[in-house]
Write a protein that binds this ligand. Structure first.
Ligand SMILES: [Mg+2]
Length: 185
């Protein structure tokens, strides 16, 4: 019932993803959510996120920020990081702007992955857009009430996802296993 919300991978932090390994597997584009994925909600880029984008550029990735927030918020994050594409008011989980992000990067669903913290917007949209999808645990424990309510629903879906993964091991996730070595859980 919840399977349509399951990410390809679940990580404790976007900063723990083995990006070099994913590049070696053939990935060339990354679409990132910003708030609670890369920095706490509403925060500018910090040293860690600036260093991450520099690292990704050096690896050879194209990146695109995909935020449902407005232009001002996205620009606040962008101003201190290396060159990156961005789309604000993205309307996730609609798939239109995931596709546009790939157009901006010159990549496609075969070599692009998505990183975000919300199941029902970020992950659901990315999956429907055909992307390999990494759910990162949210950074900021202080969230708005509507997000807190969504988190409770997400908790149940993630719990089911983990149970199922344990049961079926790599079998059900063969596709996902081809891009990472199974060490991203
Ligand atoms: Mg977010």
């Amino acid at each position: 019932m919840f399977a349509k919300f399951y990410p390809s991978r679940y990580v404790e932090s976007a900063y723990l993803i083995p990006y070099e390994k994913l590049y070696a597997k053939g990935y060339r584009g990354i679409i990132f959510d910003i708030d609670n994925t890369l920095v706490p909600h509403g925060a500018p880029a910090d040293e860690r996120s600036a260093a991450l984008f520099l690292r990704l550029e050096n690896i050879g990735f194209s990146c695109c920020l995909l935020s449902n927030n407005g232009q001002e918020r996205v620009e606040l994050f962008k101003k201190d990081i290396t060159e990156v594409h961005s789309i604000h008011k993205a309307g996730k989980p609609k798939i239109r702007n995931y596709k546009r992000a790939m157009e901006l990067m010159g990549t496609d669903t075969s070599n692009t992955f998505f990183v975000g913290d919300q199941l029902f917007t970020d992950v659901w949209g990315a999956k429907r857009a055909g992307l390999f999808t990494i759910l990162a645990a949210p950074m900021n424990p202080k969230e708005e009430i509507q997000i807190v309510l969504k988190r409770r629903l997400e908790y149940f879906v993630i719990r089911e996802y983990r149970k199922k993964r344990l049961k079926t091991a790599a079998k059900k996730f063969d596709d996902a296993e081809t891009i990472a070595d199974g060490d991203m859980d």
